[in-house]
Design a protein around this ligand. Structure first.
Ligand code: ATP
Length: 363
């Protein structure tokens, strides 16, 4: 296995479309790194440049400390698993898995051994004689992964491999790929637009937008310490709530939006004092808003517009004269649309962003 390094990598397509902008990324040996971001953010293009399927316009890509910009895909010692599986329809599962090794002129016995090994890891031994059309989506996915495993590559590249599967199978395959990562001790770079997939699978997550990296961090840090407004809103479901207001100082330091008023916790005071009288964005996650009777002056009133029971919890969609927001509360109380609630905002868990730069003021 091996690490991958991207240095100032830029990709410009025709008509000056800059799909990837000056990207720097270090993927360590055996690390599972997920590139995540909305459609068109450049994550597939980045992966394809690592694979050698797309030329690098500027910058350098190293695999296992070797500069690979001019190395053809077949000599990069990587294996890629695509969204559409890309299986050969006229070949059996065995032949599909063996094909890459056959091309590379591996001895027959070695091919047999490797295919058998991979099939056993993936639990598809019984499918060896079937053609792809006789396989379910999940089975095709396993064969596509198997075809990558038999090559024993330095790096595995996955491009949205689960997006053609139904929700249940997606969750199951997600766990399987995570287990596979542990079993093979593999270096994996995985592209998805699904933040839940990213959060549950990656050791390290790269959040991208408009061809740029917005944050590289562990799943927990992305959630608890988003570096900017985009990451704060992108990671988490339902999304973080945002309020546009000002920092005011009278007897204490407050964030004010219309008639909503929140006391700023001591630990944020030094940094927010600099924003006195200025507009900032306050963010708070739905689970950090509680429906409890007055705890302190961080209770604010809002009208309940929609109630969404989720079984173990309830999503409350609320509105004030200035804003809409969501609270995620315990399912132990009955709610009525139109009701006015007094909600406690756990400001210790709040986030603040500079209104001009959208960068976090507190992280
Ligand atoms: P998705 O999740 O939709 O696949 P993505 O984040 O993977 O999106 P890319 O496929 O990397 O995004 O595309 C990044 C940008 O580059 C987009 O604006 C896309 O239209 C453009 N692009 C991608 N491939 C080409 C190409 N071959 N020629 C021209 N433009 C391209």
């Amino acid at each position: 296995m091996a690490g991958v390094r991207l240095r100032n990598v830029t990709k410009i397509f025709d008509k000056n479309l800059e799909a990837v902008k000056n990207l720097n990324l270090d993927v360590k040996d055996r690390e599972f790194v997920v590139l995540v971001g909305p459609s068109g953010c450049g994550k597939s293009t980045t992966l394809r440049m690592i694979a050698g399927l797309e030329e690098v316009t500027r910058g350098e890509i190293f695999i296992d400390n070797r500069l690979v910009n001019n190395v053809p895909p077949k000599d990069r010692d990587i294996a890629m698993v695509f969204q559409n599986y890309a299986l050969y329809p006229h070949m059996t599962v065995y032949q599909n898995m063996a094909f890459g090794l056959k091309l590379r002129k591996y001895p027959k016995d070695e091919i047999k051994k490797r295919v058998k090994e991979a099939a056993s890891i993936l639990g598809i031994e019984d499918l060896m004689d079937r053609k792809p059309r006789a396989l379910s989506g999940g089975q095709k996915q396993r064969v596509a992964v198997g075809r990558a495993i038999v090559r024993k590559p330095k790096v595995f590249l996955f491009d949205e491999p689960l997006s053609n599967l139904d929700a249940k199978l997606r969750v199951q395959m997600r766990t399987e790929i995570s287990k596979l990562h542990l079993k093979l001790g593999a270096t994996i770079i995985y592209v998805t637009h699904d933040q839940v997939e990213a959060m549950t699978m990656g050791d390290k997550i790269v959040v991208m937008k408009d061809g740029k990296i917005y944050q590289i961090d562990t799943p927990l840090n992305l959630y608890n310490k988003p570096a900017n407004l985009f990451v704060a809103g992108f990671i988490g479901s339902p999304s973080m709530n945002f309020f546009n207001g000002v920092i005011e100082k009278n007897e204490d330091l407050f964030f004010i939006e219309g008639d909503l008023k929140f006391r700023i916790p001591d630990r944020f005071k030094t940094r927010l004092l600099k924003y006195k009288g200025r507009k900032v964005i306050m963010g708070i996650r739905p689970e950090d808003i509680e429906d409890v009777t007055e705890k302190d002056d961080n209770n604010n009133k809002a009208e309940l517009e929609v109630v969404e029971p989720m079984g173990n919890e309830i999503y409350l969609y609320l509105k004030t004269n200035f804003n809409n927001f969501v609270a995620r509360v315990n399912a132990n109380r009955k709610y009525q649309e139109g009701q006015v609630l007094s909600l406690y905002f756990n400001m210790d868990k709040s986030h603040f962003f500079d209104k001009e730069t959208n960068i976090s003021i507190i992280n």
